[in-house]
Design a binder for this molecule. Structure first.
Ligand code: NDP
Length: 295
């Protein structure tokens, strides 16, 4: 069976480049989606406490029959659990729901720019968990270059991964540059531009982009496969989401073709500089806080 290339993180841990995302995957569909992914060859799942489907992710992994050590499990701490003690407890909640005793990658889901001290304390808890071997690698999500700099000024362990919105219409050059400067692996969320479908005009989504469709046709591949290949060739991790087994398999069938340098540049040039998701500075506990249930 084909397997995804591995990226070596800045602490020596190896992570499969392509993972299955499960944001907006309803709990009742999650176990089947995870099983479909693992049988297609995926060995990396990206979930989050806030997705409320960690239990079902764990069930899918167990039903696959694979050994725990064969699957790279990534999850995220929600802002309502920030603070040193709270974040240590958030690990316990996620691990118990997933049914595992360690996580491969635990990341902060958002920066709280108006409560940055809480964000720092949450990150310090990740450092502790990493030191205790309860998580193999730690990281951040939705951090802007300013957030990353504020964090780096205060912490010991450089994040291994920076998960950000990244697709052909929003390519995040500035965040990628600071990630690269610090040896942080950039990981693309909405890697095939899902957010341009569910928060934009589906007719103007990346999946319908004429340039991407032309490149796809030239390779006998789909638009989604071309975008995933673009990430891979630019050395980014990507975590496409689908609940449909045929698309889950399609999104993993990207290891047998190569985009040319000019095709990569054409896709780069589609950047609009406009994000689909919320402005990371608009994330506050008041607006986005909600309790994460106990295990
Ligand atoms: P994606 O770019 O992965 O796109 C997913 C959407 O595209 C879904 O609507 C899916 O529908 C559809 N789709 C999947 N495969 C194909 C295909 N081959 N052809 C056509 N359509 C397809 O967007 P997401 O926003 O879901 O991002 C992926 C993952 O990134 C999330 O699941 C989550 O793990 C992570 N994420 C993290 C965020 C963060 O704040 N850190 C925010 C958002 C996402 P269907 O399921 O019906 O196939």
């Amino acid at each position: 069976m084909t397997s995804a290339p591995l990226f070596m993180l800045n602490n020596g841990v190896q992570m499969p480049a392509i993972g299955l995302g499960v944001f907006q995957t309803p709990p009742e569909e999650t176990t089947a989606a995870v099983q479909a992914a693992l049988s297609a060859g995926y060995r990396h799942i990206d979930t989050a406490a806030a997705y409320l489907n960690e239990r079902e992710v764990g069930e899918g992994i167990r039903r696959s029959g694979l050994d725990r050590s064969e699957v790279f499990i990534e999850t995220k701490v929600w802002i309502s659990d920030y603070g040193y003690e709270q974040t240590l407890h958030a690990f316990e909640k996620s691990a118990a729901k997933l049914g595992v005793d360690y996580l491969d990658l635990l990341i902060l889901h958002q920066a709280l720019s108006t409560a940055f001290e809480l964000t720092i304390q949450a990150y310090k808890a990740l450092e502790t968990l990493r030191g205790e071997g309860k998580v193999r690698a730690i990281g951040v999500s939705n951090f802007t270059p300013e957030h990353l700099q504020r964090l780096l000024d205060r912490i010991q362990v450089v994040p291994a991964v920076s998960q950000i919105e990244l697709h052909p219409y929003f390519t995040q050059q500035a965040t990628r540059a600071i990630d690269a400067a610090h040896g942080i692996l950039t990981q693309a969320w909405s890697p095939i531009g899902g957010i341009t479908v569910y928060r934009g005009d589906p007719q103007k989504s990346t999946l319908k982009d004429p340039v991407i469709l032309r490149i796809a046709k030239a390779h006998g591949k789909s638009a989604a496969q071309v975008m995933l290949r673009w990430h891979l060739q630019q050395l980014r991790s990507a975590i496409p989401k689908s609940v449909r087994p045929e698309r889950i398999a399609e999104n993993f069938d990207i290891f047998d073709f190569e985009l040319t340098a000019s095709e990569l540049a054409e896709i780069d040039s589609l950047d609009t500089g406009v994000r689909g998701g919320p402005d990371p500075d608009s994330i506050t506990l008041e607006a986005f806080g909600r309790p994460i249930p106990e295990a």
